[in-house]
Design a protein around this ligand. Structure first.
Ligand SMILES: Nc1nc2c(c(=O)[nH]1)N[C@H]1C(S)=C(S)[C@@H](COP(=O)(O)OP(=O)(O)OC[C@H]3O[C@@H](n4cnc5c(=O)[nH]c(N)nc54)[C@H](O)[C@@H]3O)O[C@H]1N2
Ligand SMILES: Nc1nc2c(c(=O)[nH]1)N[C@H]1C(S)=C(S)[C@@H](COP(=O)(O)OP(=O)(O)OC[C@H]3O[C@@H](n4cnc5c(=O)[nH]c(N)nc54)[C@H](O)[C@@H]3O)O[C@H]1N2
Ligand code: SF4
Ligand SMILES: [Mo]
Length: 766
C-alpha cells in the first residue's frame, strides 16, 4: 500500500529516501533528513513563544519538532513552526554585506559596507544634525540584539528618531497599559485561558494567528470540570468565531462603545465587584460619570449588537468567578486603539478580574519578541520601562551602564509614521531599517515609496532580499533564527531561550555582531558602549542589571535556568526566583503613583474616513495561518506557499451579486490612494454586506496600496482595519453602488434622527 502511495505521489521508491528510520530522540523520522543532533530552541514567528527542537544534519536545519516539556505548547506546533527550518537556507537569503552599483547589488567585505555607511551617517549628521539619521527596527530580533541596537542608536549615533514595526502592532496595548497601570506589562498569562469561566476574544483571530493558544482553552474543561463560555467580538466571522458560544459581529471599530456599554449595564444592574473597586482601584467615580452616555439602546445602535445580547454578555462576564478578555489587532490597529485597551482594563477592574487565575485583561503579542523590544528597546522609554522625562530614571540608567547622563535622551523622538513624515519634509536624510519590510507592511504605500525616494541613504539590515532591501543603497545581510543565540519574551512575559544550531548563512553576521562591529567605526563608541563584549550573553548580563528592581525584572534569570524551566515569566528576582505568572495580584502595586490600577474613561468617536458613493465599502485586512507577514520567510516554504499562494477578497453574497462575480473570479480594489488588480474573489457569509476582507501578506497584490495614513494619536498605530474602498469587476467596472440607507447601514453610524443627505454629499465619518 505504501509503495502504491509513493508511486502515485511520484516518489522515488528505489532510492527509498523517504523510508522511516529510528531517531534516538523522536522515534521515526525520514531517513533522508534524519538529524545528527537536536538543539533545543524557541519558535521565531509569533508571540505565543512555542518551545521546539531543531534537527541538524551536515550543518543545516532539517527538522523541527515541538518540545514536549515546554509549558507553552507541550510538544505541539502550528504549520509555520513545524516548517521553520525550511526558510533558513532559502536562495533569497542575503549572503552578507552588499552595496548597490549601477548594475545591481555587489557583495562586498563587511569593512567596506561599514565604512561607507558610517561615513555617510557622519557627514549627514554633521550637515543636518544628529537626528537627521533615523532607525526603524522590529519585534523579531533577540532581546540581546534589541538592547545592543537601542544602546548604539541612542547613545552611539545619538539620535532618538528610533522606532519599529511594533508601532504597527502592539503600540496601542503599550499605551493603554500605561494609561491604566502606569506602565506597560501584560498582567495575565496563558494559564488564565484554562481557569476562566468566561473568555472574551476581541479582534483576535487566534485560530489563524496564535493557534497554540487554543490548547490552553481546550484545557479549561479539564481544569474546571466544565466548558468555558467563549465570546468572540469581530465584525468578520473568522475561524475563531467558530469556537464562540456567543459571537458578536460588531460594526467595524465600535469596540470602545461596546465595552463602555457593558460597563454601563454592569453599573446599572449593580453587578460590579464593589469590594475590589473600593480597595484596589482609583478613578471609579469619574468613570461612572463618563459611561452615562452609553445606555444599551445607544450602544446597540452604534455597535449593531441587540440590547438583549448586551445584557446577556454583561451578566455572564460580571457573574463569572473569573473572566478574561484577550485582544489583538482588531483592537490595537485602530485610531482609538489605546482608549479601547483602557476600556478593556476598565471592564476587568469593574468585575474584579485582575491578578487572579482566569481573571485578566490580556494583550496577545504579535511577533516573537515584540515584548523584548518594549522592555529593552529604547523607543518609547529608557530600557527597563524607565521614563525619558524622569531625571532620576535617566541618571540611574546612565550610572548602571557607565555612560555620561547627557547622552541619555530626555524625550522620545519621532514615532514610525512621524519618521516617514520627517523624511517627506527632508528633515531626515538617512534611514537604517532593521528586520522589517515597510514596502509591504506600512499603510499608504504610494506615499511611503515617494518618501523613501527622497532619502540620501537607505540601509537595510535583513536576512532576506525583502521588498525594502531591493530599494536599499547598502545591505547588511543578517543571520536569522537558528543561526544565533539569545532570548525572546512571549505574550505572557515568558523569557525563552533560542539557540544557535547551525552556522550562519554564507558571510552573514548576527544582528548582535553587526551592531557591535559597526560601532567600531564611530570614534570611541565601541569602547564606551560595548567594551569587552564578546557575545549576546554580555548584553543579557547588562540587561539583567538594567532591569533589576524594575517591573520587568530579569535579574534572577540565567540561560541555564530559562532552559531548565521552559522559560521564565518576569519579574524574576530573589523574591520570585522562578518568575511570576501574574501581575497585580492582591498586594502587588501598580507603577501608578497610588499603586492602584486606574479607571480611564474615553468616549467612542466616529472618525474621519471618507465613505462616499465612490468608495462605499469597508476594507478589513489581516492574516491567514499559512503565511507570516510579508512572506520573506513563509514565501520560501513550499507547503505554505502551495496552501496560500496569493491574496483573495472575502465578499458577501449580496455584494458578489451586485458585481456579478463568483468565487474564483478576479476583481480590482481601489481607494483614493491607489488600485490593486487581479484579486481572487471568495464569496462568503463571513463578511457582512458592505465589508470585505483581504490578507495583507502579498506583495503581488499589495493591499497596503489602499490603506490610509490614519493613526491613533496616542500610540501612532495605523488604522489598518477600516479603509473606504470600491470594487470593480469586468462586468461592473464602475463598482458597487449602494443606496444611501445601505451605506449608513454598512457603517452603522448614522443616527436615526440625523438629517438624510444625498448619496453624492454623503461623506460619512466612521
Ligand atoms: N499565521 C500568522 N500568524 C501570525 C502572524 C502572521 O502574519 N501570520 N502575525 C503575528 C502578528 S505580528 C500579529 S500582530 C498577530 C495578529 O493577530 P490577529 O490580531 O489575530 O490578526 P489579524 O488577522 O490582523 O486581525 C484579527 C481580527 O481582527 C478583526 N477585526 C477587524 N476590525 C475589527 C474591529 O473593528 N473590531 C474587532 N473586534 N475586530 C476587528 C479581523 O476581522 C480579524 O479577524 O498575529 C501573529 N501571528
Ligand atoms: N494592512 C495591514 N498591514 C499590516 C498589518 C495588518 O494587519 N494589515 N499588520 C501590521 C503588523 S501587526 C505587523 S507586526 C507588521 C509586520 O510587518 P513587517 O515587520 O514588515 O513584516 P515581516 O515580514 O515580519 O518583516 C520582518 C523582516 O525581517 C527579516 N528578518 C527575519 N529574521 C531576521 C533576523 O534575524 N535579522 C534581521 N535583520 N532580519 C530578519 C525578514 O526577512 C523581513 O524582511 O505588518 C503590519 N502591516
Ligand atoms: S503558534 Fe506561534 S510560536 Fe507557536 S509554532 Fe506557531 S508560529 Fe511558532
Ligand atoms: Mo504584529
Amino acid at each position: 500500500m505504501i509503495e502504491k502511495i509513493k508511486e502515485f505521489l511520484g516518489l522515488d521508491i528505489k532510492e527509498d529516501k523517504y523510508a522511516l528510520v529510528d531517531d534516538p530522540f523522536f522515534g521515526k523520522v525520514a531517513k533522508e533528513r534524519a538529524p545528527e543532533k537536536w538543539v533545543r530552541s524557541t519558535c521565531g514567528y509569533c508571540g505565543v513563544g512555542c518551545g521546539l527542537y531543531i534537527g541538524v544534519k551536515e550543518g543545516d536545519p532539517v527538522y523541527v519538532k515541538g518540545d514536549p516539556d515546554h509549558p507553552v505548547n507541550r510538544g505541539t506546533l502550528c504549520p509555520k513552526g513545524l516548517s521553520e527550518h525550511e526558510m533558513v537556507r532559502a536562495p533569497t537569503r542575503l549572503p552578507g554585506a552588499m552595496i548597490r552599483r549601477d548594475d545591481g547589488f555587489e557583495q562586498v567585505e563587511w569593512d567596506e559596507a561599514f565604512r561607507k555607511v558610517s561615513e555617510s551617517f557622519k557627514r549627514i549628521q554633521r550637515e543636518h544634525g544628529k537626528r537627521s539619521v533615523a532607525v526603524i527596527s522590529t519585534g523579531q530580533l533577540l532581546t540581546e540584539e534589541f538592547y545592543t541596537l537601542g544602546k548604539f542608536v541612542q547613545l552611539g549615533l545619538e539620535t532618538n528618531n528610533y522606532d519599529g514595526n511594533t508601532t504597527l502592532c502592539m503600540a496601542s496595548a503599550v499605551m493603554g497599559y500605561k494609561q491604566s497601570f502606569g506602565s506597560d506589562g501584560p498582567p495575565g498569562c496563558y494559564e488564565d485561558f484554562s481557569h476562566a469561566e468566561v473568555i472574551m476574544l476581541i479582534g483576535a483571530n487566534i485560530a489563524d494567528n496564535h493557534p497554540i493558544l487554543k490548547l490552553h482553552i481546550a484545557r479549561n474543561r479539564q481544569v474546571r470540570g466544565k466548558k468555558p463560555t467563549i465570546i468572540v467580538v469581530d465584525p468578520r466571522h473568522s475561524k475563531t468565531a467558530n469556537m464562540a458560544d456567543i459571537y458578536l459581529p460588531i460594526k467595524p471599530r465600535t469596540d470602545l462603545a461596546l465595552i463602555n456599554g457593558l460597563c454601563y449595564i454592569i453599573w446599572e444592574q449593580g453587578w460590579m465587584d464593589e469590594k475590589f473597586i473600593n480597595e484596589r482601584t482609583s478613578g471609579y467615580r469619574e468613570f461612572i460619570k463618563g459611561i452615562q452616555k452609553y445606555p444599551p439602546q445607544e450602544v446597540a445602535h452604534i455597535t449593531g449588537i441587540d440590547v438583549k445580547t448586551l445584557y446577556e454578555v454583561a451578566r455572564l462576564y460580571a457573574g463569572a468567578d473569573a473572566a478574561m478578555s484577550a485582544w489583538t489587532m482588531g483592537v490595537n490597529q485602530s485610531a482609538m486603539g489605546t482608549d479601547t485597551v483602557s476600556a478593556i482594563v476598565n471592564l476587568a477592574l469593574m468585575t474584579g478580574n485582575l491578578g487572579k487565575p482566569g481573571g485578566a485583561p490580556m494583550s496577545i503579542t504579535g511577533q516573537c519578541n515584540a515584548m523584548g523590544t518594549r522592555e529593552s528597546g529604547f523607543t518609547s522609554s529608557i530600557p527597563g520601562y524607565r521614563n525619558f522625562a524622569s531625571e532620576e530614571d535617566r541618571s540611574e540608567y546612565a550610572q548602571i551602564v557607565g555612560v555620561p547622563q547627557e547622552l541619555v535622551p530626555t524625550a522620545r523622538g519621532y514615532a514610525y509614521p512621524q519618521i516617514i513624515e520627517a523624511i517627506e519634509r527632508g528633515e531626515i536624510k538617512a534611514l537604517w531599517v532593521v528586520a522589517t519590510n515597510p514596502l509591504v507592511s506600512f499603510p499608504d504605500q504610494p506615499r511611503l515609496r515617494r518618501a523613501l525616494e527622497k532619502l540620501d541613504l537607505l540601509v537595510v539590515q535583513d536576512s532576506f532580499m525583502s521588498d525594502t532591501a531591493k530599494e536599499a543603497d547598502v545591505l547588511f545581510g543578517a543571520a536569522t533564527w537558528s543561526e544565533k543565540t539569545g532570548t525572546y519574551t512571549n505574550s505572557e512575559r515568558r523569557c525563552n531561550l533560542a539557540k544557535k544550531s547551525v552556522p550562519n548563512y554564507k558571510d552573514s553576521k548576527s544582528d548582535f555582531e553587526i551592531v557591535v562591529e559597526f560601532s567600531k567605526y564611530f570614534d570611541g563608541k565601541y569602547e564606551l558602549l560595548f567594551n569587552g563584549w564578546s557575545g549576546p550573553e554580555d548584553a543579557f548580563e547588562e540587561w539583567k542589571r538594567v532591569s533589576k528592581g524594575r517591573l520587568c525584572d530579569y535579574s534572577g534569570m540565567t540561560y541555564e535556568k530559562i532552559e531548565k524551566l521552559g522559560g521564565i515569566q518576569w519579574p524574576c528576582n530573589d523574591e520570585h526566583p522562578e518568575g511570576t505568572p501574574r501581575l497585580y495580584y492582591e498586594g502587588m502595586k501598580t507603577p501608578n503613583e497610588d499603586g492602584k490600577p486606574k479607571f480611564v474613561f474615553s468616549d467612542w468617536q466616529p472618525m474621519q474616513e471618507d465613505i462616499c458613493a465612490s468608495f462605499p465599502l469597508i476594507l478589513n485586512t489581516g492574516r491567514t495561518v499559512e503565511q507570516f507577514h510579508t512572506r520573506t520567510k513563509t514565501g520560501t516554504i513550499k507547503i505554505l506557499e502551495d496552501l496560500a499562494p496569493e491574496a483573495w477578497v472575502e465578499l458577501s453574497p449580496k455584494d458578489a451579486e451586485k458585481l456579478k462575480v463568483r468565487s474564483g473570479d478576479r476583481i480590482a480594489l481601489s481607494s483614493p490612494r491607489g488600485r490593486v488588480d487581479e484579486v481572487m474573489v471568495k464569496v462568503t457569509e463571513a463578511v457582512r454586506e458592505g465589508s470585505v476582507f483581504v490578507p495583507f501578506h502579498f506583495n503581488t497584490q499589495l493591499v497596503n496600496t489602499l490603506t490610509q495614513s490614519l493613526f491613533d494619536p496616542k500610540s501612532f498605530e495605523p488604522n489598518y482595519k477600516q479603509t473606504a474602498i470600491q470594487l470593480h469587476s469586468e462586468e461592473v467596472p464602475e463598482g458597487v453602488v449602494l443606496e444611501e440607507e445601505k451605506i449608513s447601514g454598512a457603517l452603522g453610524y448614522a443616527k436615526e434622527s440625523e438629517e438624510r443627505r444625498s448619496v453624492e454629499s454623503l461623506k460619512r465619518s466612521i
